[in-house]
Design a protein around this ligand. Structure first.
Ligand SMILES: [Zn+2]
Length: 375
């Protein structure tokens, strides 16, 4: 399965040789993607004769002993023309515990599996495999790639395993499946790209993925910093519907607070059984017999260790700022607090950032002081 997946992930990489996000012209960022997509279709249909196959994927298998860091100054041209989106090496579906009521679970100690830290602004989407399934989507999320227009229609895309399944009375938003963006529209503005859309449950889309997408979006907007971001749909065997997605994010700017996560979001829907091979589904409860639209049955105890774990990982590697005051930012309310503020416990993990810097710097980043703790 893995070898097959790697073969199928051959992709014409595109590179924009800009020096930074802020200097990227949006039109030039979008245009090469189209060319790359065209090139990839060609490459995948005539594999035996295409030249890209002969180009050695120089850095795709990085020696684990050579530690590369985000602020490495090694030549980065070598990193991306590899045509292959590096998979999360070391990750396996068998490492994922069974779904037990939390929409996501931390993987690998919440540390992404990235082995390369390209400084270029890029976005890559794997070509569909021979079953029509998406592979990993991988990008540098930065302010200038974010969309300024309303999202357009995507109803014409039929991702693998797509079914229209209506569960009025069981699912609040009625439909079981969403055309679920791997890299959320709000992050790169990639909308009706079939390589970026999978059959995902409403629950995975909204409860699982969206909070993490928002966290990345809030971070990029607040700190004007870039985030390396990869979302990989994880299929079992020849299933047409993914069991879930692996979401990895890592901040690239050493002068901004650290952001990192590595989570698996379950492609499940409470009270619905899904046949992942085909996308067919059935209700496990009778909508007439129960009160409608109950939230998923959650075992809260499972969520607590996840939150603590991610807090640990933030504490370990915070960059140092000129003034050593620690604030807690709420990216949803856009307030900042002293860590001791009673409001801090109420901030959802995905909206919470630890920030070391001066009061003025927090305000400059767009945050207002909390009225309760008066930082
Ligand atoms: Zn406060």
């Amino acid at each position: 399965m893995k070898n097959k997946a790697i073969c199928l992930l051959l992709l014409a990489a595109f590179l924009i040789s800009t020096t930074g996000c802020s200097k990227t012209d949006e039109s030039s960022a979008v245009q090469p993607m189209t060319e790359a997509a065209a090139a990839t279709v060609a490459a995948s249909t005539e594999v035996s004769t295409t030249e890209p196959m002969t180009e050695a994927p120089t850095e795709s298998t990085t020696d684990p002993t050579t530690e590369t860091t985000a602020d490495s100054t090694e030549p980065t041209e070598e990193l991306l023309p590899t045509e292959t989106i590096p998979l999360a090496e070391g990750f396996s579906l068998s490492d994922v515990p069974e779904y037990r009521g939390s929409p996501y679970v931390e993987i690998n100690g919440n540390t992404p599996f990235f082995t390369e830290y390209p400084s270029e602004i890029f976005e890559l989407y794997s070509p569909l495999d021979d079953l029509g399934r998406c592979g990993a989507a991988y990008a540098t999320v930065c302010e200038d790639l974010m969309p300024t227009e309303e999202r357009g229609q995507i109803g014409m895309i039929k991702p693998s395993g797509w079914q229209t399944a209506n569960y009025a009375g069981i699912i609040e938003d009625i439909y079981l499946y969403n055309r679920c963006h791997l890299i959320g529209y709000q992050l790169t503005g990639e909308n009706d790209n079939e390589r970026n859309l999978i059959t995902g449950t409403r629950y995975m889309n909204v409860e699982g993925m969206e909070p993490f997408e928002c966290k990345v979006a809030n971070y990029v907007k607040s700190f004007h910093a870039n985030v390396l971001y990869r979302v990989t749909p994880v299929f079992s065997g020849d299933d047409l519907v993914a069991r879930g997605v692996l979401m990895e994010a890592l901040s690239l700017d050493a002068s901004a607070p650290e952001l990192q996560f590595c989570v698996f979001c379950y492609n499940v829907q409470p009270n619905i059984e899904i046949d992942y091979a085909t996308g067919e589904s059935r209700a496990l409860i009778d909508p007439e017999a129960t009160a409608p639209t109950e939230p998923p049955t959650t075992e809260l105890a499972l969520i607590v260790p996840a939150t603590e774990g991610s807090q640990d990982s933030i504490d370990r590697t915070m960059p140092t700022f000129s003034e050593d005051v620690t604030y807690i930012l709420n990216a949803k309310s856009m307030k900042f607090h002293y860590p001791s503020c009673t409001s801090v416990a109420d901030i959802a993990e995905y909206n919470r950032f630890e920030f070391k810097g001066s009061r003025d710097e927090a305000i400059e980043a767009g945050y207002q002081p909390c009225k309760r703790c008066n930082p």
